[in-house]
Write a protein that binds this ligand. Structure first.
Ligand SMILES: *Cc1c(COP(=O)(O)O)cnc(C)c1O
Length: 426
């Protein structure tokens, strides 16, 4: 079959069903084009994208600057491996380090790889700097976390579907309740061999669960007191998504007034992925200062594609777009507007219980049981009304459009969402 041959949505879905592993359950819509906040299906129907590939497409679909950088680099040099230097990687490392306020970047490709990298750095630091006995290091993680799908990462997940029949699992993790400082303090006080605390500033996959205002700052304080590393997984929350450059607001570039009242929490290790490339290419990375990153020595960690010239060119363009177009500020303003508009509707309806989130990472809680199909059916109806979103946990729908959206577009989308929700009023 030629790639130029026209395929109907039905045919495309049938092909995936027959020849692809069934590791996803996609909403039935087959996309073939994207531009800015919009995507089109193969029948040329136009949709607002309210998922942004799980916040990878913060800069909008096919951003011309990012795509331009990618094409230019792809025609020049794509891959050298790290056996040799290339003329793009250092520039990307410098921009990432300066943008987020760290000494060094370790580039990888996917979010899960970056999380793995952070865990490895944390363990190595614990043995070589903190002096923990060999093979005894424990890393504290949170219940209902999502950090990716590798064997080690699912070892500390509590999603039964993600874990079932994938054992034996990696040891060395202690799970505590999210947003519970007492639980963190208790583990820290009762264990000698803790190396770090890995946390999402907002739990995205769990259903956009926003912790209390002082949680991250207090957690960081506890980590510092007990000499363990505070590791923030900002793969989904980072790069302007939550109305700030980072949800932890480390070295934040957004206008001060938005940050006042939110304590700045600088992670010892920062994990980025997804929007680090604007969705054009898999680019992820881990940032840390020298006293931590220096435990990584030649041969001790690596990736054939990590830090390749295309990734570097794309990463530079993606970060420049975030700054040039003021995406953090736009996400902040539109996020406030989104929740304000939905909060006008919610008290007068019985289908939505609440809306929550920060910036343009939001979710609504559907008034039905977690095992009901209501949220899925709402997403099908949203699709029919020209807007794409996906349930996270049964009865929660996440709304995360590209950050290049305008106010007029956002209000139109709120209209579509409310109109659709009204169809499900009981
Ligand atoms: C998506 C995600 C990951 C995993 O990223 P992949 O690129 O899918 O491996 C890790 N952590 C968080 C918080 C994520 O949202």
């Amino acid at each position: 079959m030629s790639v130029l041959e026209k395929l109907s949505s039905k045919d495309a879905i049938a092909l995936e069903e027959k020849f692809g592993a069934h590791n996803y359950h996609p909403l039935p819509v087959v996309l073939s084009r994207g531009e800015g906040v919009f995507v089109w299906d193969v029948e040329k129907r136009k949709y607002y994208d309210f998922l942004s590939a799980y916040s990878a497409v913060n800069q909008g679909h096919c951003h011309p600057k990012i795509v331009g950088a990618m094409i230019q680099q792809a025609q020049t040099l794509t891959l050298t491996s790290r056996a040799f230097y290339n003329n793009m990687l250092g520039r990307f490392e410098k921009l990432a380090a300066e943008t987020f306020g760290y000494n060094k970047l370790l580039p990888m490709n996917t979010g899960a790889e970056a999380v793995e990298t952070a865990l490895k750095i944390c363990r190595k630091w614990a043995y070589e700097k903190k002096g923990l006995p060999e093979n005894q290091a424990q890393i504290i993680v949170c219940e209902n976390n999502f950090h990716g799908r590798t064997t080690t990462i699912i070892s500390f997940s509590n999603d039964p579907v993600a874990r079932k029949n994938y054992g034996p699992f990696t040891e060395g993790f202690i799970k505590i309740e999210y947003n519970n400082l007492k639980a963190l303090e208790e583990v820290l006080e009762n264990n000698k061999n803790i190396a770090g605390f890995l946390v999402e500033p907002i739990q995205g996959e769990a259903g956009v669960y926003v912790p209390s205002e002082d949680y991250l700052a207090k957690a960081k304080e506890l980590c510092k007191k007990h000499n363990i590393l505070f590791i923030a997984d900002e793969v989904q929350t980072g790069i302007a998504r939550t109305g700030k450059l980072l949800a932890t607001c480390g070295n934040c570039s957004c206008p001060d007034r938005h940050c006042s009242g939110t304590p700045e929490v600088k992670p010892d290790i920062l994990i980025l992925g997804k929007a680090l490339s604007g969705g054009a290419y898999p680019v992820s990375g881990v940032l840390a200062n020298d006293e931590i990153m220096e435990v990584i020595k030649p041969g001790s960690h690596g990736s054939t594609f990590g830090g390749n010239p295309v990734a570097a060119a794309v990463g530079i363009a993606a970060l420049e777009v975030v700054k040039e177009e003021g995406l953090a500020e736009n996400a902040y303003i539109l996020g406030e507007l989104f929740r304000e508009e939905l909060n006008k509707f919610i008290p007068n309806c019985n289908i939505v219980k609440s809306v929550r989130g920060k910036g343009l990472l939001n979710a609504i809680l559907i008034n039905d049981t977690e095992d009901s199909s209501t949220a899925w059916n709402i997403c099908l109806a949203l699709r029919d009304n020209g807007l794409l979103a996906k349930p996270t946990h049964g009865n929660i729908i996440r709304f995360a459009p590209p950050l290049v959206m305008t106010k007029e577009q956002l209000l139109e989308c709120v209209g579509i969402i409310i109109k659709t929700l009204r169809m499900f009023e009981k």
